[in-house]
Design a protein around this ligand. Structure first.
Ligand code: NI
Length: 208
């Protein structure tokens, strides 16, 4: 997810207040080695077939690939700059995403492997969203205000986050990417097509 023009982050409570992470003993992966290979990845721009595809769950056999991917995914997100980046956005069709709201410019990355929304509030919230795969495009998106997300962290430990505010929107936005859904897919066809046409035009102009 791209930082939006409105500085929502400034009015959010701190990350620690907004989610509770619960750790279990299950471990799929060894702890990652010191990150050296953090070369940047190219971010796919909509429309791209990979962005519309459903990513497959990470399995034990993927551990090496995921371990190699994570530092690069994070480095690419920070460089963009963004507050969330999903593996399909860099062409990797695995259910992996990273999120970091970077509140007060402090880095606190969350790595989510095989994340799923296990509960969502009836109450809905609308906020402006952007996406690194639709650079420069923003729109108000309405989603459940609060969600509970279950996932595995970079060590394979099972965790749970309860989130509201920007973190809730960001988690839902990133998990959508794993199902081939972009934020514009939550808009009317008219608005979606308008944004995609504008993006295509801007990318053409940039390429000239
Ligand atoms: Ni996005």
């Amino acid at each position: 997810m791209q930082r939006t023009r409105l500085r929502h982050a400034a009015v959010e409570p701190s990350g620690a207040d907004r989610y509770i992470a619960v750790m279990s003993s299950a471990t799929l992966f060894e702890p990652p080695p010191p990150a050296r290979a953090d070369a940047l990845l190219s971010i796919l721009i909509a429309p791209h077939a990979v962005l519309k595809a459903r990513a497959r769950p990470v399995r034990e056999g993927d551990a090496d690939d995921v371990r190699a991917l994570l530092p690069r995914l994070l480095a690419t997100m920070y460089k963009a700059p963004g507050i969330g980046l999903a593996a399909p956005q860099v062409g990797v069709k695995l259910r992996v995403t990273v999120v970091d709201l970077q509140q007060d410019n402090v880095r606190a990355p969350i790595t989510l492997i095989n994340p799923e929304v296990v509960a969502a509030s009836e109450e809905r919230a609308t906020r402006e969203e952007g996406c690194l795969s639709l650079p420069g495009q923003y729109a108000d998106v309405t989603r459940p205000a609060r969600v509970k997300v279950r996932y595995q962290d970079e060590t394979g430990a099972r965790r749970e986050i309860e989130a509201d505010g920007l973190l809730s929107a960001c988690l839902q936005h990133e998990i959508d990417h794993l199902d081939g859904i972009l934020f514009v897919d939550h808009l009317s066809a008219l608005k979606r097509n308008m944004i995609l046409r504008r993006l295509a035009k801007e990318m053409r102009q940039k390429a000239q």
